[in-house]
Ligand binder design. Structure first.
Ligand code: KG4
Ligand code: ZN
Length: 350
């Protein structure tokens, strides 16, 4: 059995996990900074790095204790190399380097987006994934449609041209006066709203590309649902109109985002003769998105368990397993942070 310790600090969770053979979680510890960032209405990078520094030692220690293993039993250390906030990434990378240097164990720098993809290999009971599959990766920072032909083989079919899906949820949540993060709170509000109340734009729905755009939708919501408070210009000076139903706006906005995501994902799966559709990333926790894709495709739809949709160390360890099996590891001293690091077939080329 191969034990991999996975460390993730790319954004606002300090996380460490031990995964056996890329599929079985032995431990999965996540210290969330949501409460810290809620006061700013979004992730505050400087505060995030400081919180990672404070938490990382304890989180890694607890992941060992929870897994019931001694550090000597670990076969390799995996850490998120990017994309993400540079200060946050460096905390995890430097910690992982220290561990690798002291122990002589192999170190692997993992692409965070690939990590999200591999959260789909952590579903229990384990079920083999038969390639090719189409992956819709929707998080706070990314919206990517990928064709995966094998382990580590990613063709990027398209992605967002502006805001990521999760970012749109977060911004609209803030406009509507909902707590941070916007995604789960919009989903909750939407359950009590009428999704046909507003006809918000569905950008690029009918074009041939697999790209997305959510900034026009965000502006449409702002125009419909907010008034300038007259205090300051920009989003912070906006107030929710008193004569609208926040639940209706949330439901109509969510419907608009989901219908574009679902249609393009299903179209890509059909075009590329995928055997399955895989959903990953924070927004894949959204039940309405899961349902919409299930209803519009005959193919099996796979998504991570809820606690693995958002950032965690287990997905980083799972992704590392397949790289390790192919004999890949990183040079300890050359491993740097890559704040912008797309996921495609060139990702690990250098
Ligand atoms: O994957 P993730 O934890 O972090 C990034 O890598 O960005 O995703 C966080 C994002 C946030 O934008 C959050 O609002 C969104 O995922 N999210 C959701 C839901 N739960 C989290 N969006 C829609 N519906 C949800 N239930
Ligand atoms: Zn993420």
């Amino acid at each position: 059995m191969t034990y991999i310790l996975g460390i993730e600090t790319s954004c606002d969770e300090t996380a460490a996990a031990v995964v056996i053979d890329g599929t079985t979680i032995a431990s999965n510890i996540i210290a969330s900074q949501i409460d810290l960032h809620a006061q700013y209405g979004g992730v505050f990078p400087e505060a995030a790095s400081r919180a990672h520094v404070e938490a990382i030692g304890l989180v890694v220690e607890e992941s060992m204790r929870d897994a019931g293993i001694d550090f000597n039993r670990v076969d390799a250390i995996a850490v998120t190399r990017g994309p993400g906030l540079v200060g946050s990434l460096l905390v995890g990378i430097n910690y992982a380097k220290g561990l690798a240097l002291a122990s002589g164990k192999p170190l692997l720098g993992i692409n965070h987006l690939e990590g999200h993809v591999y959260s789909l290999w952590l579903t229990q009971p384990y079920r083999e994934v038969r390639f090719p599959v189409v992956v819709l990766l929707v998080s706070g920072g990314h919206t990517e449609l990928l064709l995966m032909r094998d382990h580590g083989d990613y063709e990027r079919l398209g992605g967002t041209l502006d805001d990521a899906a999760g970012e749109a949820f977060d911004k609209v949540g803030r406009m509507l006066g909902l707590p941070f993060p916007g995604g789960p709170n919009i989903e909750r509000a939407a359950m009590h709203g009428n999704s046909a109340a507003y006809d918000f734009p569905r950008a690029m729905l009918r074009d041939d590309s697999y790209d997305f755009s959510f900034s026009g939708l965000k502006t449409a919501v702002m125009r419909e649902a907010t008034v300038s408070s007259g205090l300051r210009r920009g989003e912070k000076g906006m107030q929710v109109r008193s004569d609208i139903s926040v639940n209706d706006v949330a439901a109509s906005f969510q419907r608009a985002v989901i219908s574009v995501l679902a249609e393009k994902t299903v179209r890509a799966a059909n075009e590329h003769k995928a055997t399955e559709i895989l959903l990953a990333g924070g927004v894949s926790a959204n039940q309405a998105l899961r349902l919409a894709i299930r209803q519009s495709s005959e193919l099996p739809v796979r998504y991570p368990p809820l606690n693995l949709c958002t950032d965690n160390g287990a997905m980083i360890a799972a992704a590392a397993y397949y790289r390790l099996q192919n004999g890949l590891k990183d040079d300890l001293f050359a491993l740097d942070a890559r704040p912008m690091w797309p996921l495609n077939n060139e990702t690990y080329m250098g």
